[in-house]
Design a protein around this ligand. Structure first.
Ligand SMILES: [Fe+2]
Length: 192
């Protein structure tokens, strides 16, 4: 079965003014769609076509990995955001952040630094390690922490296509706006 572009979990205009309708239309409808189409082209008539997306991400390399991981990363990114979201997490996630970052503000600073500081295209992540502790990571291009045994909890896309329409070259402004749309409920549900 071919891989499919998931529907956005909200309307294209639902994250405005933080992320505009035009950005989401290009980002989801053109960029993400292109990764899915390319992935399907590359795995057609191979045994990879029958694997789950996560299995392809974990076991492939080269162009197949790049397109599969970009499909996984974008699908995850859409779910990490929601309209009328943002604020601060509560419950077990808030406790874990307090334990491993000395508080939400310090976590936010570290995550923002990873997102703004990633040189070139990539992603900023909150991950859970095998020992249960949380950490901030940044990855280049399509790289995904799953391949290093880390559990992604939250991601921010820092490829230019994620923010250029709305913020031009000002990645830091996009990352600041991102906090207004973080879907903490989803992030908390990823915690093991
Ligand atoms: Fe992207």
């Amino acid at each position: 079965m071919a891989f499919e572009l998931p529907k956005l979990p909200y309307a294209y205009n639902a994250l405005a003014p933080h992320i505009s309708e035009e950005t989401l239309q290009f980002h989801h409808g053109k960029h993400h769609a292109a990764y899915v189409a390319k992935l399907n082209e590359l795995v057609a008539n191979t045994k990879l076509a029958n694997l789950s997306l996560e299995e392809v991400v974990r076991t492939s390399d080269g162009a197949i990995f790049n397109n599969a991981a970009q499909h996984w990363n974008h699908s995850f990114y859409w779910n990490c955001m929601a309209p009328k979201a943002g604020g601060k997490p509560g419950g077990a996630l808030a406790d874990a952040i307090k334990r491993d970052f000395k508080g939400f503000d310090e976590f936010k600073a570290q995550f923002g630094e990873a997102a703004v500081g990633q040189f070139g295209s990539g992603w900023a992540w909150l991950v859970q390690k095998r020992d249960g502790s949380l950490a901030v990571e940044k990855t280049a291009n399509a790289e995904n922490p799953l391949t290093r045994g880390l559990r992604p909890l939250l991601v921010c896309d820092v490829w230019e296509h994620a923010y250029y329409i709305d913020y031009r070259n000002a990645r830091a402004k996009y990352v600041e706006a991102f906090w207004n749309v973080v879907n903490w409920q989803l992030v908390a549900s990823n915690l093991k």
